[in-house]
Write a protein that binds this ligand. Structure first.
Ligand SMILES: NC(=O)c1ccc[n+]([C@@H]2O[C@H](COP(=O)([O-])OP(=O)(O)OC[C@H]3O[C@@H](n4cnc5c(N)ncnc54)[C@H](OP(=O)(O)O)[C@@H]3O)[C@@H](O)[C@H]2O)c1
Length: 249
C-alpha cells in the first residue's frame, strides 16, 4: 500500500468483471478509495462486497455509460461524499461486430446500426460521462483520466502489413477506439496546463469475456490502467501506452 494514494478517490467504469474489476482491486491495493462502477446493481454490489471482504476500500456505484441520468447521479454522490474525483478510468466497452466462420464481418458488411451502437458506448457516452465528471476531477490536486482503448484502434498498426494486427480487423469496435484515441489527444491538449494527465491505454490481449483468445491474464491486463492512474505529477500526458511502452496512434 502506498501512503501517497491515501485519500485519493478513483472511479472505474464497467468494473463488475474483466479488466475493470481487476483494476479496482489493484488501485485499492495501492491505498485508494475505489468506486466500482457497474450498470447492474446486483452484479456491481456483489463484486464490491467480495473485494471489501478481502479488506479493500471499495464501494459500488451505479453507472450505466449509456444512461446520462446515472452519470448525473454518480457525479452528485461523489461531490457530496468526497468533493472531488482524483482518478477516472473509462474502462467500460463493448464489441458488437458480427463473427462468422471467416472472422469478423468486413467494413462493407458491417451495418451502420452496429457502428452507431458501438460508438454510443465506446465513444459518445464515454465522452459525455467524462465531461460530467470533469468539474470534480478539476477539484483534485492531481487528476488522472484514463481511456481504455485498444491496439486495434491504431490506424498506424492497421495499415502496416508487418504489424501483428494487420490481418485482424473488427471494424465497428476498432474505429470506435480510434475515435476515442482522438478524444484523448484533444482532451490532453485542452488540459495540458492543469495538473490533470489524460492518457490512453492498450491493456494487451487479455483473457476476458470479450476476448477468449488473449495471451495475458487480467492481473497483467489491468497494469497499464493502474500505471496511468498513478503517474507522478511530472509524468506524461496525451500518450497511447501499453505496459510502459508508447504505441503509435
Ligand atoms: N480483453 C482484451 O483483450 C482487451 C483488449 C483491448 C482493449 N480492451 C478494452 O478494455 C476494456 C475492458 O474490457 P474487458 O476485456 O474487461 O471486457 P469485458 O470482460 O467484456 O467487460 C466489459 C465491462 O464493461 C461493462 N459495460 C459494457 N457496457 C456498459 C455500459 N453501457 N455501462 C456500464 N458498463 C458497461 C460490462 O458490464 P456488464 O457485465 O453489465 O455487461 C463489463 O463490466 C474495454 O473497453 C475493452 O474494449 C480489452
Amino acid at each position: 500500500m502506498s501512503e501517497e494514494n491515501k485519500g485519493r478517490v478513483a472511479l472505474v467504469t464497467g468494473a463488475n468483471r474483466g479488466i475493470g474489476l481487476e483494476t479496482v482491486k489493484q488501485l485499492a491495493q495501492q491505498g485508494m478509495h475505489v468506486l466500482l462502477g457497474a450498470r447492474d446493481q446486483a452484479k456491481g454490489s456483489e463484486a464490491a462486497k467480495k473485494l471489501k471482504s478481502e479488506g479493500l476500500d471499495v464501494e459500488f456505484i451505479l453507472l450505466d455509460v449509456d444512461d446520462a441520468k446515472t452519470h448525473a447521479q454518480a457525479a452528485k454522490a461523489i461531490e457530496e461524499k468526497f468533493g472531488k474525483l482524483d482518478v477516472l478510468i473509462n474502462n467500460a466497452g463493448i464489441m458488437l461486430d458480427e463473427k462468422g466462420s471467416g472472422g469478423f464481418a468486413p467494413p462493407s458488411k458491417t451495418s451502420a446500426a452496429i457502428f452507431r451502437k458501438t460508438f454510443d458506448t465506446n465513444f459518445f457516452n464515454t465522452v459525455a460521462l467524462t465531461q460530467t465528471l470533469l468539474p470534480l476531477i478539476k477539484k483534485s490536486p492531481a487528476g488522472r483520466i484514463v481511456f481504455l482503448s485498444s491496439g486495434l484502434g491504431s490506424l498506424t498498426l492497421h495499415s502496416d502489413p508487418k504489424s501483428p494486427i494487420y490481418n485482424y480487423k473488427v471494424p465497428a469496435y476498432d474505429i470506435s477506439k480510434t475515435a476515442l484515441n482522438g478524444y484523448g489527444v484533444h482532451l490532453a491538449y485542452e488540459l495540458k496546463d492543469t495538473p490533470i494527465k489524460v492518457n490512453v491505454a492498450h491493456p494487451g490481449s487479455v483473457v476476458t469475456d470479450m476476448n477468449a483468445n488473449g495471451n495475458l491474464e487480467v492481473d497483467e491486463g489491468a497494469k497499464t490502467s493502474v500505471d496511468l492512474a498513478t503517474l507522478p505529477n511530472n509524468g506524461y500526458t496525451g500518450k497511447f501506452i501499453h505496459l510502459g511502452k508508447e504505441l503509435p496512434w
